[in-house]
Design a protein around this ligand. Structure first.
Ligand SMILES: Nc1nc2c(c(=O)[nH]1)N[C@@H](CN(C=O)c1ccc(C(=O)N[C@@H](CCC(=O)O)C(=O)O)cc1)CN2
Ligand SMILES: [Mg+2]
Length: 287
């Protein structure tokens, strides 16, 4: 049976470390790092994620400022808020919870955030910095996935990593980070031919595609490390159940190590958001 990569445990260690560094930051500067969290509308999952982010921020001593906007807010009203947060020296990190309601243009909003406060790492300047091998603020889910990989495997040099999915917030930055760690990287997606055979070549398999339990044991090389980024809500006999993109019960029989859902990558995302907030605050103090 595969080793379980425990995201709750690894993220708790990271949060303890962030809390210590936040205490040092406060001693040095006399203020707390601060994070502005913008939530538009009433998507139930987004409400849960935002609540968890604020709760964890408070736990490590980061000041959080919540901005809740109605679902029918206009693009220019949201832009005005982002602008105000950009100019406010008491705000070190800004995050706009995604997805936004359909009438809003996500790209324009992300582009409006000051790249130095972009703790999600989604701004084009942060994307470019990562692609050029000089990362500044890195997207939280891929950064957390890399921490789990290095804790499990140590040096990743020479390993063949296959990333399933090419989203801007997970697949692409994940591939860039794996490349930076000297992996040989293959990206597969909906138009790839024979995905299964390519996945079977992977020493490291990262599933970030949003398809419940897509990856079966037959896709996995014996002993491979499997990172499951998927968070899919399914109904089993009328009961809400969270499953990943990996068929855990099947794949754990062949993998060397595997992340569960829940309790894997998810908690790492939030811990990395707070680490990014601290990093952004440090950079702004010396500007
Ligand atoms: N601005 C952003 N929006 C979104 C991001 C993001 O990184 N920045 N990522 C996702 C949602 N997300 C954080 O925002 C997120 C999703 C899931 C978890 C998590 O801890 N999940 C738990 C299970 C929670 C549950 O029971 O529902 C787990 O996997 O154990 C954290 C953060 C999209 N939007
Ligand atoms: Mg839209």
């Amino acid at each position: 049976m595969a080793q379980l990569i425990d995201g709750k445990k690894i993220s708790a260690e990271l949060l303890d470390n962030v809390a210590l560094e936040v205490a040092d930051f406060k001693k040095m500067h006399g203020i707390a790092p601060s994070l502005a969290v913008v939530l538009v509308g009433d998507d139930p999952a987004s409400q849960v994620y935002v609540r968890n982010k604020i709760q964890r921020a408070n736990q490590v001593g980061i000041r959080s400022i919540e901005h809740r906007l109605a679902a029918d807010v206009t693009q220019s009203e949201l832009n005005d808020l982002v602008d105000e947060l950009n100019w406010n020296p008491e705000v070190h990190g800004i995050l706009v919870q995604l997805p936004l309601p359909a009438h809003l243009n996500e790209e324009d909003i992300v582009n409006a955030i000051d790249p130095c406060k972009d703790v999600d790492g989604f701004h084009p300047l942060n994307v470019a910095a990562l692609a050029l091998g000089n990362p500044k603020l890195v997207p939280c889910t891929p950064q957390g996935s890399m921490m789990m990989l290095t804790q499990t495997l140590g040096d990743l040099t020479g390993k063949h990593a296959v990333v399933i999915g090419r989203s801007d917030i997970v697949g692409k930055p994940m591939a860039a980070l794996l490349l930076q760690s000297n992996c040989t990287v293959t990206m597969v997606h909906s138009r790839t031919r024979d995905i299964e055979a390519l996945c079977r070549q992977a020493d490291i398999l990262v599933a970030a595609v949003g398809k419940p339990e897509l990856v079966k044991a037959s896709w996995v090389k014996p002993g491979a490390t499997v990172i499951d980024v998927g968070i899919n809500v399914t109904l089993i006999d009328g009961v809400r159940k969270l499953v990943g993109d990996v068929d855990f019960a099947d794949v754990e029989k062949v993998a060397g190590a595997i992340t569960p859902v829940p309790g894997g990558v998810g908690p790492m995302t939030i811990a990395n958001l707070l680490q990014n907030t601290l990093k952004a605050a440090h950079v702004q103090m010396f500007k």
